[in-house]
Ligand binder design. Sequence first.
Ligand SMILES: [Zn+2]
Length: 428
Amino acid sequence: MLTITDARVVIDTNAEPVDCEILIDGNRIKAIKKDFLPGEKENVICARGQLILPGFIDVHAHILDPLIPASNFANASEMALRGGVTTILEMPTSKPTMCAAAVNEKVKRASKESIVDFAFHAGNMAAEYLGSVKELKGIVTGVKGFMCAPYALGIDELRQFIAESNRNGLLPMLHCEDEMTVQNETRKYLSLHNPEIYPLSRPAIAEKIAIENASSVVRENEHLHIVHVSSRAGVDALKTAKNRCKNISAEACPHHLILTADKMHTPKLKMNPPLRTADDCTALWSALNVGTIDFVATDHFYVDADEKERDIWSAPAGVPGLEALCPAMFTYGVKKMGISLFRFVQITSGMQARRFGLMHKGAIAPGMDADMLIVNTRDTKRFKSKFWSPYEGMDFSGYPETVILRGKVVYADGQVLEKPGYGKYLRP
Ligand SMILES: [Zn+2]
């Protein structure tokens, strides 16, 4: 039995956290007591009045792929724990993960490497894989498709992808940028090579058109998840789509919420969709706060920093996002934007658990997995990555000081305390 004393926990819909004692028995939370139990206890962690949050769930992290050879579940786990993430849903990158054998290969590797819990999405959808969707039932948490190159689905393929995924109880997840718009705009800038022009080649209107086109083929009861919505125009299209179809959900990434295109002086900040304006950030925060955007996901993508320092057109697109997740979101979401702690818990773990059927994750309550963070909300510290990060040098508070995963302290005071292999495959 492990007891966490002097803890401040967000309970139910209360805006303010409540002083509690948390009892953990094995992997699970046994009880939460508002009245402290007197007497000697063995195996106690005193949270010293700090905030306890459920371990974050990142449903969009690229980890295993030939395109990102430096990335694996061992270093992703370390970044995850530093950023307060205890569960990762891995997203395919370039190599197809569209059959049971490909998923099982990833499960095998992650079972050896991972410290955090994990599951896998399938992808990237193409016409040739429509027949294999049913084979993925019960082993993946979602299926990824694109509306832009190099995996662009035509509108009929898109309709079939959404229908076939839904028929098999799998969540279709869609990258929404309109291929025609991206092609036309990119052509205008190809002769230029300063990183600042990259966002112009993939304007917000491409996102808006893609969301409109995608939502036009979703039938009333079908589910669809839109990954990394990045712009005000995208949010507006999403709002309309959600009004028509109640089973559409969406995520936003910390880089789109926090960083802006005018600071893009290096190809290191290249990602798709690209960084946008401060006004787009404002729209995303507001959408996240009111529920138009359901939750946060990192779109984590880790290559060596040198790999990113290429010509803007050939540099790989994507940034690491796991390591800064908790402090970046806490600093900007709670401190600057005034998001309530209740909503903060929802957008960092609660909504993800519900959407992807992770029954024992995403809340601090009896019977749930004891996945939790002891977060220091008082001190501000300059963010320093152990790897590299687009947030390097930013001042953040809300660092997780202790991370508990299934009842075990896996990270404390900057040190990872568990070995690769602790992470468990969360079979859907
Ligand atoms: Zn992605």
